[in-house]
Design a protein around this ligand. Structure first.
Ligand SMILES: [Zn+2]
Length: 771
């Protein structure tokens, strides 16, 4: 750490080579630790999980979209029942009405409900101490075949069940829960948790999901007090999970079937998903051929191992509590330690950096301030790069998470961040000195460790452990000979590489290119943590003047230049590689609404900047449509005139009514007159209470409404008590999912596709009833 260390060029060259070699090897091992294993062939032993075997289920069930209530959904369910029966199990169908619970993301237009048909089967244990639940949803989004979401989870459960039955039977009961209507309202999982007898005593819930088509199966969510669960998860063959993901996930507007289980005090559990390749999420491109079978293998190998582990435990001793663990992947293992160590490690890191600062002293205060520059500039530039890419490719603005092939853009962001750190370092190295700059960078890592210990304890390790490791190695380096110092610094640099590089690799797919700045932020932190060793690839500071100094300065600019060129090359390559075509179409959003009151219709789109294809339907500024389409919620949409189609509106009939004071209780039948995915009803009067089937709903002020998914053929019966003596206005709407038969609709040309959204291709018909 002495500024004069390693001044002889030959030795310095050797040290630089050693640094580069070790960093590259450690980086490769770290990245490898978060890659899925290779898919296993169908010829693998019967007791093992084979992605090729599981994929046969994916190809069978994910040929067409199969949202809850559709005939295609019936066919998938029948296949699952037949497959489970073929394994010697006795599957049953839980056919009930359920609503989504408080705390879940609600449909825009009010309470979401659904008729659900969950497929449930039990593999009886040999001496059961409790139940292990394997959960995945077999319904798909309305325009997506759902090969990955959630054909991956569904097929994983079937292949896991097959392997469990073929191998040694678990001690505990294993309950297979293939849920319905997850995409609609998580109603299937909610129905199971609340209404199914097998859920009454709770147990361990393992949910399997996919939000994309590739990448590692990441264990990203746990129930509270996860120390024991994480210990069990660490026994899986390919553990990829981090306590930081739990914190990130809370910031994202996503829910899965795991939510109702997590919210129940009876259940503990883990939630796993692969999330890369998210351009196909909920879209027509979520087909079997889009699936990376290595991701399926990862999902399945871990699910089978976890089921065996939890299947063998005495579940009566598996208690909630014991605190949350900190955990993260490292080559060959899952590092984990109790949450109680978060604060001591964060404080220790701060003390170690302070001690190093005291040893260095000169210009340290200024260096701490200057270290903020790359931390701020790199994320801003990364966001700027994405804004620039959207200018070049306007279609990128409509992507929900990521482009089809985001890898080159991610590399560009990493290279750009490296450029920022290296330019900053090259400019300040002589004036401030390498040692002070290193302390400046480490300070912010240590501060981050403390800040996260307060705000998101599961992420504190990201700052604390690299700061601690590098500061301690630098302190040792000041007290030993030069050669030993180099070795010690290299060892100290391994921790930041092993911790931060996989985090960067996992964060990009989690947040997508629209939030590339977060990846840039972590890349800069890694760069700052590596300053003591990166200094060795710069020429020694010398007293030389003239040509010698110029030569040294040119040499010193080499790493910066390399990073800048890499950023440019990666960006251009990304633009060349990631073009839209028939298999990778741009994503457009369009829907249609018919007002049966006056026979007017309009096109609607949620695209913020309408693309060329969409522009032939919609125009002008976005508007809210809740006056005539209350189920659409507050979201602003662009609209344009459309021809009225001959579509019947849902029928609303008053079956009976009673009055008491200023309250009217009306028994109504809401009956769609065509094949629809859902129907809605909104009331222009204060609603005191309502009942749909066996479910009681809380009332609300005027405007109260609900969305009922997968309504049965005979319609639904509602009993609603309103505070109104006079006539009451009801707005009934229903929705189906295919625009192609509508008058005036032009099919999309090749290369233009459908955005994966819960309202894409929606055909809504609404009518007012005054009763
Ligand atoms: Zn899903």
């Amino acid at each position: 750490m002495r500024d004069s260390a390693l001044s002889r060029p030959a030795q310095r060259g050797l040290a630089a080579a050693a640094v580069l070699a070790v960093l590259v090897l450690a980086g490769l091992a770290a990245v490898r630790s978060v890659q899925p294993p290779a898919a296993r062939p169908a010829t693998d032993p019967a007791g093992e999980f084979s992605a090729e075997r599981a994929f046969q289920t994916v190809s069978t069930i994910a040929t067409t979209p199969h949202p809850a209530g559709s005939p295609a959904n019936d066919r998938v369910r029948e296949h699952l029942i037949a497959a489970l029966s073929g394994l010697g199990l006795s599957p049953e169908v839980q056919d009930v009405v359920s609503e989504q619970g408080a705390g879940l993301s609600s449909s825009a237009g009010g309470t979401g409900l659904a008729r659900v048909r969950n497929v449930v089967a039990v593999i009886p244990g040999t001496a059961s101490t409790g139940r292990v639940f394997l959960i995945a949803h077999y319904d798909s989004a309305q325009v997506a075949p759902g090969a990955n979401d959630d054909g991956a989870g569904t097929s994983t459960i079937l292949e896991t069940a097959r392997a469990l039955i073929a191998g040694e039977r678990p001690r505990n009961d294993v309950v297979l829960v293939l849920t319905d209507a997850e995409e609609a309202c998580l109603c299937g999982a909610k129905a199971f948790v609340e209404q199914h007898p097998l859920a009454r005593n709770g147990g361990v819930a393992l949910n399997l999901e996919a939000r994309g088509s590739s990448g590692p199966a990441i264990m990203f969510e746990t129930s509270a007090g996860n120390a024991q669960l994480v210990e069990t998860y660490a026994q899986t063959p390919y553990p990829v999970g981090t306590s930081f993901a739990v914190e990130i996930y809370r910031l994202l507007p996503n829910d899965t079937d795991f939510t109702p289980f997590r919210e129940s005090a009876l259940f503990q559990g883990l939630n796993t998903a692969y999330i890369d390749g998210a351009a196909v999420y909920h879209a027509p491109t979520d087909k079997p051929e889009a699936m990376d079978r290595d991701s399926l293998q990862h999902h399945g190998a871990n699910a089978l191992a976890l089921t065996r582990e939890f299947g063998a435990l005495d579940l009566r001793e598996l208690k909630n509590g014991g605190g949350d663990a900190t955990y993260f992947p490292a080559p060959g293992l899952l590092v984990r330690y109790p949450g109680a160590l978060v604060w001591p490690l964060a404080v220790l890191a701060l003390v170690a950096v302070a001690a190093l600062g005291w040893v260095v002293r000169r210009r340290v205060a200024g260096a701490i301030g200057l270290a903020l520059l790359p931390i701020i500039v790199a994320p801003v530039l990364a966001q700027g790069l994405w804004a620039l890419l959207k200018l070049v490719r306007p279609e990128y603005a409509a992507l929900p998470i990521d482009p089809y092939r985001p890898m080159w853009y991610r590399l560009a962001v990493i290279a750009l961040s490296a450029t920022v750190v290296l330019v900053w370092y090259a400019l300040l190295r002589r004036r401030i000195g390498p040692a002070a700059l290193a302390v400046g960078g480490l300070t912010w890592l240590a501060v981050l460790g403390v800040a996260l210990a307060v705000l998101a304890p599961g992420g504190s390790y990201l700052g604390a452990l690299p700061a601690l490791s590098v500061a301690v190695s630098a302190l040792i380096a000041t007290r030993v000979g030069e050669k030993t110092a180099v070795a010690v610094l290299i060892v100290g640099a391994l921790i930041p590489v092993v911790i931060l590089l996989p985090t960067v690799v996992m964060l990009f797919p989690a947040l997508g290119m629209p939030m590339a700045g977060v990846g840039a932020f972590l890349t800069v932190l890694l760069g700052l943590a590596l300053l003591p060793v990166l200094d060795l690839i710069h020429p020694a500071p010398s007293g030389a003047r003239g040509m010698e100094a110029l030569k040294a300065r040119r040499l010193g600019a080499l790493p910066t230049l390399a990073a800048a060129v890499a950023a440019l090359v990666c960006t251009v390559t990304g633009l060349v590689v990631d073009r839209f075509d028939a298999e990778h179409p741009s994503l457009t959003h369009l829907m249609y609404a018919l007002d049966a009151d006056n026979g007017t219709a309009r096109w609607l789109s949620e695209e913020t900047t309408p693309q060329e294809w969409t522009s032939q339907y919609v125009e002008g500024d976005p508007v809210t449509v809740t006056d005539t389409l209350p189920a659409f919620g507050a979201e602003e949409l662009r609209s344009g005139p459309a021809q009225a189609a001959a579509l019947p509106a849902p029928a609303l009939t008053l079956l009976s009514e009673s009055r008491s004071g200023d309250e009217r209780t009306m028994r109504l039948r809401l009956d769609p007159q065509r094949a629809v995915r859902f129907t809605t009803l909104h009331v222009s009067a204060e609603v005191v209470s309502a009942r749909i089937g066996s479910r009681t709903l809380a009332g609300g002020p005027s405007g109260w409404g609900f969305v009922f998914h997968a309504p049965p053929d005979e319609g639904i019966e509602i009993s609603v008590t309103v505070r109104s003596a006079g006539p009451v206005t009801f707005r009934a709407m229903d929705g189906s999912d295919d625009l192609s038969a509508l008058p005036g609709f032009q099919p999309r040309p090749p290369g233009v596709g459908v955005l994966g959204s819960h309202s894409s291709e929606l055909v809504a018909v609404a009518k007012t009833y005054t009763l």
